[in-house]
Design a protein around this ligand. Structure first.
Ligand code: 13P
Ligand code: SF4
Length: 396
């Protein structure tokens, strides 16, 4: 039996970027009541099926595309962050929403679901290192810097879905919105119709890629705000002349893809098309043939004719599944130095079985809750996003 965790913890990388010492417990998982089935238990699939059947329509399971196959097999719906947020809101009759994804996604589901619905994250250690790179006190301090520079009134805060509920709430309270990788263009167009500048949190790459490659801003219109430096490391003049103030955050999985890997695969695989997620760097996204959210990547590959060759720059579970689901295409991983998202991978079949059996036995475990005040303003921001025109890819 393995002990389970209760609280999400910042990843070691995030702690490093926030200037804190690494948490010695973070690699071990965190404590929690209850016991987890062994991964070697041959009855896991049967147990998951039985627990799901006992719960019937009381449970709805959401699975992000980066989840393992063993977990995806039990999802009622799979999707990118945008689709899963919509789906969470679209099932008001389910008592339990079991979110097979990461913490910020489950928080958003809690905000978008009714008070009588409970959201469960099968492993509380499933966080996101990018979301951990923007703490609410840092964002409030940044806003004070913008106020002191006299630009807060004309700046619209936009946060990527991959951020805490507190930051979504901040954007709601300050006239801003949320975006996902599938609607960043529409969110930024909306934001620039409300104000002159955007403070984009926490993914510098998605912000820069969308502003420059989709909206036609120049790289000189963008500045990088480093929360660890006084005034973000920027002068008042730099802040006043910028259009996009990008938070210094990134995805540690996607930032590893390189233009060298693109050049190498183009030499290795004749006729290959390179398709990447917009969390990749500006250089990589500029070089790619197609860019889009996880859902858009799947759609592009599934719509391509047999014999097409694709090099995919996103998380490995999804790329492996694409290769398996589309055997008539040649699907390769863009860069072999990049691997699974460690936190997405925390959700495995033993955790799912444990969560479902606990719920079926009447014990609510690993509930994700957002306090009412945070939730109120975060919902304002999320509803603004959901009201925008539908998602689109970045470039194709
Ligand atoms: P999508 O919304 O494209 O699924 O991306 C979520 C994510 O975390 C990518 O790293
Ligand atoms: Fe976060 Fe990156 Fe993992 Fe997505 S792939 S959940 S952004 S760490």
């Amino acid at each position: 039996m393995i002990e389970l965790g209760l609280e999400p913890k910042p990843t070691p990388l995030a702690l490093l970027l926030l200037g804190k010492d690494a948490d010695p417990d973070s690699e071990k998982g965190v404590e929690c009541p209850g016991s987890l089935p062994e991964a070697s238990d041959p009855g896991l699939v049967a147990r998951a099926l039985a627990a799901k059947a006992r719960l019937g329509e009381r449970v709805f399971i959401l699975g992000h595309h980066y989840q393992r196959n063993e977990v995806i097999a039990f999802a009622d719906v799979t999707g990118d962050s945008f689709k899963l947020a919509q789906q969470a809101a679209a099932h008001p009759n389910a008592e339990y929403i079991v979110f097979c994804g990461v913490h910020f996604m489950a928080e958003s589901a809690d905000i978008l679901t009714a008070d009588n619905q409970q959201v469960v994250l099968p492993d509380m250690a499933a966080g996101c290192s990018m979301a951990d790179m923007a703490a609410i006190n840092q964002v409030e301090a940044c806003w004070d810097v913008l106020k002191a520079a006299g630009i807060a009134d004309v700046t619209v805060p936009v946060t990527y879905m991959n951020s805490t509920a507190a930051i979504k709430s901040f954007t709601g309270r300050n006239g801003g919105t949320v975006c996902t990788s599938s609607n960043a263009k529409q969110s930024l167009q909306w934001a620039f119709a409300q104000g002159e500048k955007v403070l984009f949190l926490p993914d510098q790459h998605l912000g820069r890629n969308t502003a420059v490659l989709e909206l036609g801003l120049s790289l000189d219109d963008c500045v990088l705000f480093n929360p660890l430096l006084p005034n973000g490391g920027l002068t008042v003049e730099q802040l006043r002349s910028a259009k996009m103030i990008l938070w210094r955050g990134h995805c540690s999985v996607h930032a590893r893809f390189t233009t060298k890997a693109i050049n190498d695969v183009r030499e290795r695989v004749p006729g290959v098309q390179v398709i990447v997620h917009p969390e990749c760097t500006f250089e990589v996204v500029s070089e790619a043939d197609v860019v889009g959210s996880t859902e858009a990547i799947i759609a592009a590959i599934s719509a391509s004719p047999p014999g097409s060759a694709w090099a995919v720059g996103t998380e490995l579970n999804l790329v492996k599944r694409l290769a398996q689901d589309f055997p008539e295409q040649e699907i390769v991983f863009l860069d072999h130095s990049v691997c699974f998202c460690a936190t997405m991978n925390r959700i495995d079949l033993p955790h799912l079985v444990w969560a479902l059996e606990s719920l079926a036995d009447g014990t609510l475990v690993n509930q994700i809750t957002v306090d009412p005040e945070t939730s109120r303003w975060a919902k304002v921001a999320l509803d603004r996003m959901l009201a925008l025109p539908g998602p689109s890819g970045l470039k194709d």
